[in-house]
Structure formats: structure tokens, C-alpha cells
Design a protein around this ligand. Structure first.
Ligand code: ASP
Length: 321
């Protein structure tokens, strides 16, 4: 056989083998949806998953469930990393990022949004009412106001106090300590096997004005592929963005990895990034069979799930103690 033909044929064989493997994996995932409905979220977002479960347990749509769940920390003044009560940037302004994905492959996102308490719902409207995926800053705010959202003061006294304290030293290095982040990533599969996800945050505390993290970036803070699974991230957004974390996890699941292994592998990839190492990232994932998993870079990443009406707070495995 001529070399060129041989190369062509072996290339074709490799492609065919890849397709067969993909199809087998899809078949396996579709057949074994035993764990549905299910909802999983980063950190101890207990109230958020229970709110989502309310909808899932009545055979509601996973998209409605993740939106309703994400709205809980958004409106909680005690949650200093999401929505109302979120720590401001270094100019003292609360700027919010959020995104959402449905089971049809659609996505909507808002970045650097100010004065609106529920960015996740604005993101949903971007997805459903516009031909776009991302709306940012002033444009996102105008869109929200035009669609019935009201402008609110989001900086609470508690957050303002923390900001005043931070100003005394004004450490410039963007660094994420465990107390500084609590972004909610929430993923659900409903009783019909439809997957959806949402992610919402006020971002890194005392970030530069205008900084946007991974949370509203489709593929980084969140990714949903209804045939395969879904993943979401929390932690140092810059690191997650550099490795397109959530998308890479879903692609690893497509190739047959279970959710926990895929999260672990995506965490290991973060160590390839040169630069400061003292940051935290945590990933959560579910696949189409209802299997779930999580992993973090450093010790101390709890996540919460509800299945069969039972809520469980679990600790993710970690790479570095
Ligand atoms: N991922 C968020 C960001 O970088 C922060 C966090 O999870 O706390 O904006």
C-alpha cells in the first residue's frame, strides 16, 4: 500500500473508532439515568439546592430549578460573594457576573452588571430574548431595567465595613483566600433527564474595577451539554479561564471519564500554570447518568447535593493538603 493511502486509511480507522467510542458512551449515559432528578451546588448552598429541589420534585424544568436556586444567595445579604451583600471592587462598587445554560444548548450571560440583585435572571433573559450570549456593563443594566428589573443598592453595611478595612492596606495582588469566595455554581437534571446549569458571583473581593472572572464565561465557570453532562467552577477565576475548566470536564466525561475523575484531572491541569500557587479552585460535575463528583486544588471544598429528596453536604477530594 502506498504510504499516503496507508496514512489515510489508518486516519480513517482512528476517526471511526473514536466515533464508535463516543456513541457507546452516549448510549451508556442515556440508558442509566437512575439518579434523576438531582441537583448539585458548590459550597454549602443548602437553601439554594432545596429551592431547586422544590421545582425538580414536581417534575419541573431543570432550568427553572437552577435559576431559582441561584437566586437564593443572590438575595442573601449575609453571602458576601454573590449578589446583594457581595464584597465590592477596589473602587467600592459591587459588580456582578452570572450565566445560565439550558438543555437545548443555549446560553446567556451578564458581566460587570451593577445595581441589579438577580444577575442570573437577567442572564436567562439575555438567552431567551436576545440573539446574543453576553451583555456587559451599562448595556446589561439598561436591558435589565427595560425588562422590569429594578435598580437597588447592593453594597450592605457589612460589605462596606470590610471594604474600609481592606483599604487600610490595599493589597493589590489578586488572590483568593477561602473566606473570599463562595460563588454558586448549580447544576441539575430533572425527571425528564434535561440538564441545565447556572453560575453567579460578585467575583473576587476587592478586584480591579472592570475585572470579570470565570463565572459568566461559558465553558469556564459553567458548561452544559445535554447529551453528556454539566460542570461548574468556583475559586480563582483567572486560573479557571486559562484552562477553560468546565468545558474541559464535560469533554473528559464525553470520553468516558466519570465526573469526579474529570474534575480531578481538570484540577491537576491548573498546576501547569506558572505563577503564584496559593489559590483555590473547586469544580463540580454531573453526567447524564446522574453520577456526580467534585474536586478541588486545596483542602476545604464542600459541595451539596439533593437526590431522592435527601440533601447531603459532601467534602470534595483535593490535590494539595
Ligand atoms: N470564580 C469567581 C471569580 O473568579 C470567584 C469565586 O468563586 O469566589 O470571579
Amino acid at each position: 500500500m502506498k504510504r499516503r493511502n496507508f496514512v489515510k486509511q489508518s486516519g480513517l480507522f482512528a476517526i471511526t473508532a473514536g466515533i464508535v467510542k463516543d456513541l457507546r458512551n452516549l448510549e451508556r449515559l442515556a440508558k442509566s439515568q437512575s439518579n434523576k432528578p438531582i441537583v448539585i451546588a458548590t459550597w454549602n448552598n443548602h437553601k439554594a439546592v432545596m429551592q431547586a429541589w422544590e421545582i425538580l420534585s414536581k417534575d419541573g424544568y431543570a432550568l427553572d430549578a437552577v435559576e431559582a436556586g441561584a437566586r437564593i444567595p443572590e438575595q442573601d445579604p449575609e453571602d458576601t460573594s454573590v449578589g446583594y451583600g457581595g464584597f465590592p471592587d477596589r473602587e467600592g462598587r459591587v459588580t456582578l457576573d452570572a450565566c445560565i445554560m439550558d438543555s437545548e444548548g443555549n446560553a446567556g450571560s451578564v458581566l460587570f452588571l451593577q445595581g441589579i440583585m438577580h444577575p442570573v435572571s437577567v442572564a436567562r433573559l439575555v438567552m431567551e430574548k436576545t440573539p446574543h450570549v453576553y451583555l456587559s456593563g451599562e448595556g446589561a443594566k439598561i436591558f435589565a431595567l427595560e425588562n422590569g428589573f429594578k435598580e437597588e443598592k447592593l453594597l450592605t453595611d457589612k460589605a462596606k465595613q470590610a471594604y474600609e478595612q481592606w483599604k487600610e492596606k490595599q493589597q493589590y495582588v489578586p488572590k483568593i483566600t477561602p473566606e473570599q469566595h463562595d460563588t454558586i455554581g448549580i447544576l441539575a437534571m430533572d425527571s425528564k433527564g434535561r440538564l441545565s446549569g447556572a453560575c453567579t458571583t460578585s467575583g473576587m473581593a476587592f478586584k480591579m474595577h472592570g475585572r470579570v472572572g470565570d463565572s459568566p464565561i461559558i465553558g469556564s465557570g459553567l458548561y452544559v451539554d445535554n447529551q453528556i453532562g454539566a460542570a461548574a467552577a468556583t475559586g480563582l477565576g483567572e486560573a479557571v479561564i486559562k484552562k477553560v475548566g468546565s468545558f474541559s470536564i464535560v469533554e473528559m466525561m464525553r470520553n468516558g471519564m466519570n465526573p469526579e475523575k474529570a474534575c480531578k484531572k481538570a484540577i491537576a491541569r491548573l498546576t501547569e500554570i506558572k505563577g503564584p500557587k496559593d489559590f483555590q479552585v473547586g469544580y463540580i460535575a454531573i453526567d447524564k447518568s446522574g453520577a456526580f463528583g467534585a474536586y478541588s486544588l486545596k483542602k476545604g471544598f464542600p459541595y451539596v447535593i439533593v437526590r431522592n429528596g435527601q440533601v447531603e453536604l459532601l467534602q470534595a477530594g483535593f490535590l494539595q493538603g
